[in-house]
Design a protein around this ligand. Sequence first.
Ligand code: SAM
Length: 259
Amino acid sequence: MEEKTEPAFRYFDLQATMGTTKHMGGLAATLELIEAGQLKEGQDVLEVGCGVGATACLLVKRFGCRVVGVDRSEAMLQQARERAQRERVEEQVRFLQAEAGRLPFEGERFDLMLSESVTTFVVGRDQAVAEYARVVKAGGRVALNEETWLQALAPEVLVEFTRRTWEIEEPIPTAQDWAALLERNGLQALLAQPRRMNWIVEASQVKRYRWADMRRMIWRVLALYARNPAFRRYMKERSKLPKELFTYLGYGLYLGRKR
Ligand SMILES: C[S@@+](CC[C@H](N)C(=O)[O-])C[C@H]1O[C@@H](n2cnc3c(N)ncnc32)[C@H](O)[C@@H]1O
């Protein structure tokens, strides 16, 4: 008899189901990145890997920008469109499916391209960053918040954990590596600032969302846990973080200006 295998449960499936996505540093890091990018009211912004659209909606509401958010996942985009409607910004933000390494825009279209915790997951980061540089105007900015090894040569057990848990296929760059990635793809690296992960800041992730989002997330996770054995196995296998993970793994804010 043919054996039935359950499909594996995946990290971004979980986030899309929960209706919340995240990046290290939370809202405070987003605001710093926007400030570093010298964003001005009414400018055109592209967000790559917009997830459920929290930053894209913020860019409209707080900064009066016109925003396009792209993500490879249609499930994320559906959540993002619903968020834009709930937050009454659907006229100023558009969400499209696209790959970071193949952006469906003419060159020199945006004042700022912003992306948080996305390029780390991309296979072919050079191609993606070259695309970011292509679609910003001359002198425009590319602003990234990305996972960063704080020390080169992280132990193999940590590399394997990040690959298995978050599906990060290519080695996580150090801050110097991220700056070099910008530089060799047509951008002048203006900022490369590695940061340690701070649990208090991480707990404030909730500030990006409303209470209704948090309630929905908790119910969805509980329902998933009750109904889906693959999810229970996923959680069990990942419930223990390896010792020293956050001694090595942090994040960084990176800013490049198009040459
Ligand atoms: C960790 S989540 C971060 C989402 C959002 N930026 C945030 O900070 O809440 C990463 C997002 O990047 C998207 N993503 C991953 N690889 C991508 C790719 N190659 N092209 C476009 N989007 C991608 C995922 O679908 C997911 O929505």
